[in-house]
Design a binder for this molecule. Sequence first.
Ligand code: NAP
Length: 495
Amino acid sequence: MEQIKNYIRGKWVDAKSGETFQSINPANKDEVIGIVSKSGRKDVDEAVKAAREAYEGWRLTPAPRRGEILFRAAEILLKNKDALGKLETREMGKVLPEGLGDVQEAIDMGYYLAGEGRRLSGETVPSELPSKDTKSIRVPIGVFGLITPWNFPIAIPAWKIFPALVCGNTVVFKPSSDTSVCAAKFVEVLVEAGLSKGVLNLVHGSGGEVGEYLVSHPEVNAISFTGSFDTGKHLEAICGAIHRIIVTEMGGKNAIIVMDDANLDLAVEGAIWGGFGTTGQRCTAASRVVVHQKVYPAFIDRFRAAASRLRLGDGLQKETDVGPVINESQFNKILNYIEIGKKEGATLLLGGKAYREGNCSKGYFIEPTIFGEVTPDMRIAQEEIFGPVVSVIRAKSFEDAIRTVNGTSYGLSSSIYTQDVNKSAVAERDLETGIVYINASTIGAEIQLPFGGIKQSGYGRKEAGGRGGALDTYSRWKVIYRDFSGKLQKAQIDK
Ligand code: NAP
């Protein structure tokens, strides 16, 4: 049995309390994946102190050298991709191709951000004065507290840790308690890549205790959080009161529009993988499908038929399409939402129950579930369920569909299937989400573009690459004016 420790000041250490908790396989509750250190405030204090002490040295390490460590980390991840992908499947439950895809995203991010070590570009602009130069440069922010969820247990830590490090920050990382083993393996990769002590510190433990203390710790400069809206909003309030930078990536209630001219084969495939891929546990999952009334019956028939062919099981088995949900509390929450949908008067078209056939009796499996005749105001059409439950909503027109998609408090991802170039252009303009897909599902981000949502999904673009992506989160601008005229200020002001 793996003993999963904290990593503080370059050493793997037990929590000061000596207490532990278990990380288990959601496909088989009897399988313990790791015994994890259960940290408390004193462990956070140690980790923050280590990060603070390492900051000066790391800040002054040339950015290209910092980038080289990320490059080496990407190489090590690539070498260990298979083992890490399998571990993800065992600890988080997603099917193996998705587990491998998650590791690949971290690899891509490593290579991409390694290159930023040689860019990290600022701006030089001409001065108003003849003997003066002016520029803006990117500088690190300090000690970053990073808090991550369980659904992308290697990619999301990579999306945060790599840019934080290449920009010159030091880090205290608090991963989800459900995927502590993946988090530890990811940190091991960075240690092997040559990170010096204190630059990256890992503290396991409960969000309410360890996470919240980290967020409010006086020696931390900034927080990056990905998780649910309720937690994120709470942390935003804490940070607002203490004047601390926080960026949040939160939930979604993403939707696919299927227009009357859509290629239905493509639309059904998009709805299947958007709705049931990762067992519906993606922030970008297509939990609503808004279908033009002319094709509603045809779409429903095909969608239900395709979803009924999905096979549930352990994600390590080749034939499995849909794995378990992450834990008991999510399992109960999702089943409760299914009951809410029934009570609200939606038509249950498929699924709707826990799945306990064969070996699935040992895990948290829920049948792929489809509700038809959902109206936009129902709770199942408004609230994030984060499981294999899709609501299909009838739209009278294109305008009605756009209104329905925009009519939730979230704004992460949306999509439209249409052959009409004009409608796709209007959708691109009017859909109120951070990401819009045309003739593709709501899922599948590429790391060289910024990633993020609006409204309750977050504060806009702040992860991944491209203009306005991660570098703007993990560095701040410093503006430099240099006067080499040797003249008194007064003479300068007179120009
Ligand atoms: P969560 O319950 O909010 O937890 C996220 C992280 O916050 C975990 O590490 C958790 O630790 C920690 N945490 C919980 N309470 C805390 C507190 N009071 N103070 C500080 N930290 C705290 O979310 P989740 O269930 O792990 O993840 C699912 C959610 O993440 C969904 O809403 C999904 O949409 C969202 N998500 C968003 C994106 C995006 O990019 N927009 C990507 C992926 C997921 P413990 O595990 O110990 O509780």
